[in-house]
Write a protein that binds this ligand. Structure first.
Ligand code: UD1
Length: 357
């Protein structure tokens, strides 16, 4: 059997890292890897391949940045050529990016079955680019690998019941596999921090960073969190956010916030493990913080990781400085750790076994 796996953006590199390893360990099939090039900076792409030892992609499409239509179209066209040449038995796609949608469309039109890892996640608003991508991919995929019973239930409500598997989260597999490489003390020294004395921040969603009013509230909110909790704010800034801050001339609002460029998986996880809490709009990080036993304020109107809200582990917050201040206080309250929400750490093994069948 030959399988083609498609990645392109940060969250997909981490998922491919552990899945690729599971395929190699099981000697399961010929695994062709394609990188769309949606993320291309060294610290947005190369760092993950290096530190997570992901094999060099067999194809690099180099689509780069652009409008949603331009990016999706470029990836769709390039992917079609690759699929025609490689003739895989199956395409594997992860999550909800423009790369995911493009690859899926190219494959289904050629009659190639698509396996969707992280299927069935749903969140509002339904107009969010990622939500549009998820729904489109789930409407035509052939097999659905879900992170929890909730995702299975979401698919059932949409009439999808066959080839739907609750396997757990491949990102939890990766976290467990890499845990012995997290070096909190080394990075605490690098950033001159003490354990538990800082909050890790990431922010990149269009609805949070693309308008000056919203971004202003978020930056003021982060300063409010710093003052309320008495913790340093360590902000690893996505290039999109950095560009918006410069364009809107909001640099003065960064006083009191420590800003760095994005970092790789091992460095980020090492710091999260030693942090007090996380503030983010990243789908992956709100869950990785939970794996590390840390709570998150999630700057989104909704999240697809609803299980973590239901047990009051994570909280949604509005892009509003007052809300930041109020919800930051909730982080200081004691809360029992909710165990095993996203599987047992054997998701990749289960997916490989199902696809082999
Ligand atoms: C994409 C995904 C999002 C995911 C995120 C992780 C979609 C619709 N969204 O959002 O689900 O959470 O990746 O980071 O696919 N840029 C660079 N260098 C890079 C990559 C991007 O400078 O290596 C800048 C460019 O200005 C670009 C902007 O960031 O226009 C946004 O990048 P894009 O890939 O469109 O979306 P993300 O916001 O990264």
């Amino acid at each position: 059997m030959k399988t083609l796996s498609l990645v392109g953006a940060r969250p997909q590199f981490v998922k491919e890292a552990i899945f690729n390893l599971a395929v190699r360990e099981a000697n399961a099939w010929q695994h062709v890897l394609v990188h769309s090039g949606q993320h291309y900076d060294i610290n947005m792409s190369d760092v993950f391949f290096q530190e997570l030892e992901i094999p060099k992609p067999d194809y690099f499409m180099g689509i780069g940045s652009g409008t949603h239509g331009a990016m999706t179209a470029a990836a769709l066209t390039a992917m079609e050529d690759i699929l025609i040449q490689e003739k895989p038995d199956q395409l594997i796609v992860y999550g909800d990016t423009n790369t995911t949608l493009a690859g899926c469309l190219a494959a289904v039109k050629l009659g190639i079955p698509v396996a969707h890892i992280e299927a069935g996640l749903r969140q509002t608003p339904t107009t969010m680019p990622e939500e549009i991508n998820r729904r489109m991919v789930d409407s035509v995929a052939s097999s659905y690998f879900c992170t929890s019973a909730l995702a299975v239930e979401n698919l059932r409500k949409e009439g999808k019941v066959e080839h739907v598997y609750d396997v757990g989260d491949v990102m939890y597999d990766l976290y467990l596999r890499m845990e012995n490489k997290f070096q909190s003390s080394e990075y605490l020294e690098k950033y001159n921090l003490c354990s538990g004395d800082f909050v890790v921040v990431t922010m990149h969603r269009d609805f949070n960073v693309d308008t000056p009013e919203t971004l202003t509230e978020i930056l003021k909110g982060l300063v409010a969190v710093r003052e309320t909790l008495g913790k340093e704010i360590l902000f690893f800034m996505h290039p999109r956010t950095k560009a918006c801050i410069n364009r809107f001339e909001l640099m003065p609002l960064l006083a009191g916030i420590t800003v760095h460029d994005p970092i790789g998986y091992i460095e980020l996880m090492s710091l999260v493990q030693a942090s007090f809490a996380v503030v983010t709009d990243s789908g992956g990080l709100q869950k990785e913080a939970y794996f590390a036993g840390k709570r998150s304020l999630v700057v989104m109107p909704d999240t697809c990781w609803k299980e973590l809200l239901d047990c009051n582990w994570n909280f949604l917050i509005a892009p509003d400085a007052t809300d930041f201040l109020e919800k930051a206080q909730l982080l200081a309250e004691k809360q029992e750790y909710p165990k095993s929400i996203y599987g047992k750490g054997d998701a990749c093994k289960s997916i490989v076994a199902y696809l082999q069948k």
